[in-house]
Structure formats: C-alpha cells, structure tokens
Write a protein that binds this ligand. Structure first.
Ligand SMILES: NC(=O)C1=CN([C@@H]2O[C@H](COP(=O)(O)OP(=O)(O)OC[C@H]3O[C@@H](n4cnc5c(N)ncnc54)[C@H](O)[C@@H]3O)[C@@H](O)[C@H]2O)C=CC1
Ligand SMILES: O=C(O)C1=NCCCC1
Length: 312
C-alpha cells in the first residue's frame, strides 16, 4: 500500500464512540509535553488578505504511536450572507520512517467531528452533571457536529439555538430531531442555560457574561485569531478558563489575549489529574483546535479504511 485518497468515505468511517476516547487520550498526552508522545508546534498561519482568510498548517508527530500527520486548513471571515464554508481542510498522513504519503483525506468531517468531540470532553469534565439546558450560538457546520455529539453523550431536556438570522436557526432546527427551539436573541438563548456552545464566525463579542448563569459551562470554538472575539471581558474574567493548548491560546485567542484572562489549565491537565475540574464554578473552555486531534482522527479513519478493505 503506497498512497490512498479517502474523500467522501470519512463520514462513514468515523464514529464519536471510537473517536472521543482517542481524543481524550491524545489531549492527556499533549499536556504531558513528552516529545516521544507528541510534537505539535503552534500552527503556522499565512494570511490570505485578498480573500479575508488564513491558511493554517498543522503538523504533528506522535513517535510512540508511529503517527505523522499534517492538516492544511483555510479559514475565512466571509461576507454576511455568504453560503461558502468558513473552513476547508485537507489532512495528510505520512510514514514517519520513509516520509512517503500514506493517505490524503478530506478534512471537513474530521475538523467538524474532532472539534465537537473535544468540546463534549470539556463538558464531560467541567459541566455540572445535572445540566438540563444546552444553548448553541451559530447554525453552521460546527453547530451541527456539536449538536450531534452533545445529544449523543448527554441527556439535555431543552436545546436552544440562536443564529444571526431566524431563517438559518429555523433551517438548523428542521435538519435535526429532538427538543430544539429557536431563540430570537442571544440573551434569550443563554439566560438559564447550563451549557453554551459558541460556534460563530463573529469577530466581536456575541456572548456577554451578564447573561450567563453562574456555574454554567461555555465551550467557545470560534474567534481563532488574536484580534477576534466571541466572549466579552466580564465572562472571561469571571470564569475559570481552560484551553486545549496554552501556547496556542496565547498566540491565537483574542478572547484570552485581549481580556487579559488567566488560563487556569489545559483540558489535558484535568485528564491527567494534575489540575482540578471546577464544575461548581462558571467555566470557559477556549478551543483553538490542535494538530494532535487531527492526527488521531486521521489514524482512526485510516485504520478503519484498512480494516474495511481487508488490507494488512
Ligand atoms: N476551535 C476549533 O478547533 C475550530 C474552530 N472553528 C471556528 O468555528 C467557527 C464556526 O465554524 P463553522 O461552523 O465551520 O462555520 P460556518 O460558516 O458553517 O458557520 C458559522 C456560523 O456563524 C454565523 N455567523 C457568521 N458571522 C457572524 C457574526 N458576525 N455574528 C454571529 N454569528 C455569525 C453564521 O451565520 C453561521 O451560523 C468559525 O469561527 C471557525 O473558524 C472551525 C473549526 C475548528
Ligand atoms: O483547528 C482547526 O482546524 C481550526 N481552528 C481554528 C480555525 C479554523 C480551523
């Protein structure tokens, strides 16, 4: 086997049931900073000024696991009303011994599922167990993958969705089954919510601390540039802030850099038992996305693909 391209099959090959435990393990490995486990530099970002976008290159090597991977992801601000996707990604698996490409796969499903699964891990660790109300701000690709994994892993009594236009929030609700309601404003959507997922392309705060119930858990997924925001200073300063990578957060998260909020821990520190999970407090998990998440996802896709094709 020399080189394969796995495109549309990724969706069939990747299941949260198998992916989520691998991601949890990978987050723990990353936070140990052992170079035999994970080498993952902060992503290199090249501005695509003419197109209001960025190319992110995300290499990762997991020596003990024999996994060498890189993702290329372009992400864009996009004009209001644009139907073009916010991100477009390709994932490449390489043989670490010879350097040859083992597989090239479409990164859209991987990016959607691994990001949502990591947010769900943050909720498993940091959300109050009696949580009943989930709010999703945004109605795009990440909103759907977050809806799917959060409803698979938890039993919310009520799910609220807000989007910039009522039409897109209604379209989202029609595309899923379950107890979902459309909210007319962010305030209406988040007041009283136990868990809040922010998956917007906004560059100014959309979620304000004054509306957030004390003890709620926020998984903040958008605003991945140092001058972009989704959350306001009040929320960032009142909450206990967790992230996927401290270095990534200090380089890329406008919510952390501009608010001056302190990062309390990485999710991996909680998984490794070296930092506590403050479930009793308001918590923010600031997600930037990591190459190691793509690496374990791509390896899982590759293993499943090989098993399906009955290859050695
Ligand atoms: N942390 C991570 O690992 C990752 C983060 N992302 C980020 O997550 C966000 C969502 O990604 P997708 O769902 O793929 O995008 P999408 O384009 O499919 O959906 C974006 C949503 O944001 C809304 N939106 C756009 N501009 C807005 C504004 N100014 N205010 C409020 N809402 C606005 C859109 O109406 C839409 O509902 C993006 O910011 C993306 O860069 C994406 C992939 C991974
Ligand atoms: O990790 C990723 O993949 C991304 N993170 C932030 C912006 C778009 C893609």
């Amino acid at each position: 086997l020399d080189f394969i391209t796995i495109q549309n099959e990724v969706e069939q090959l990747l299941q949260y049931r198998e992916l989520t435990p691998r991601l949890e393990e990978a987050l723990g490995k990353f936070s140990r900073r052992d170079s035999a486990e994970v080498i993952q530099p902060v992503r290199t970002t090249v501005p695509l000024q003419k197109h209001s976008g960025f190319l992110g290159v995300m290499p990762t090597y997991m020596e003990n696991d024999g996994v060498l991977c890189t993702k290329f992801v372009c992400f864009y601000k996009r004009e209001e009303g644009s139907t073009l996707p916010a991100t477009k990604a390709t994932v490449m698996l390489l043989d670490p011994e010879y350097g040859n490409v083992k597989a090239v796969m479409d990164g859209e499903v991987i990016t959607g599922m691994r990001t949502a699964a990591v947010s769900a891990i943050s909720a498993k660790l940091l959300m109050r167990p009696e949580a009943e109300v989930l709010t999703i701000l945004g109605s795009g690709l990440q909103a759907l993958s977050h809806y799917n994994v959060f409803t698979e892993m938890f039993s919310f009594k009520e799910i609220r969705v807000w989007s910039r236009t009522r039409q897109s929030a209604e379209g989202f609700c029609r595309s899923v089954s379950g107890p979902v309601t459309v909210c007319a404003s962010v305030e209406e959507a988040v007041r009283g919510a136990d868990a809040i997922v922010t998956v917007t392309r906004c560059t100014e705060p959309v979620l304000f601390g004054q509306w957030v119930k004390p003890g709620a858990h926020v998984a903040a997924v958008g605003a991945c540039r140092p001058n972009w925001r989704e959350l306001d200073d009040v929320l960032m300063k009142e909450a206990v802030v967790y992230t996927d990578s401290r270095e990534g957060a200090m380089a890329e998260s406008g919510d952390i850099i501009l608010s001056g909020a302190e990062v309390f821990a990485e999710l991996g520190d909680v998984i490794n038992g070296v930092k506590p999970a403050h479930r009793d407090k308001t918590t923010v998990f600031k997600s930037l996305g990591m190459g190691v998440e793509d690496a374990v996802s791509a390896q899982l896709v590759f293993d499943q693909w090989k098993a399906k094709a009955s290859l050695p």
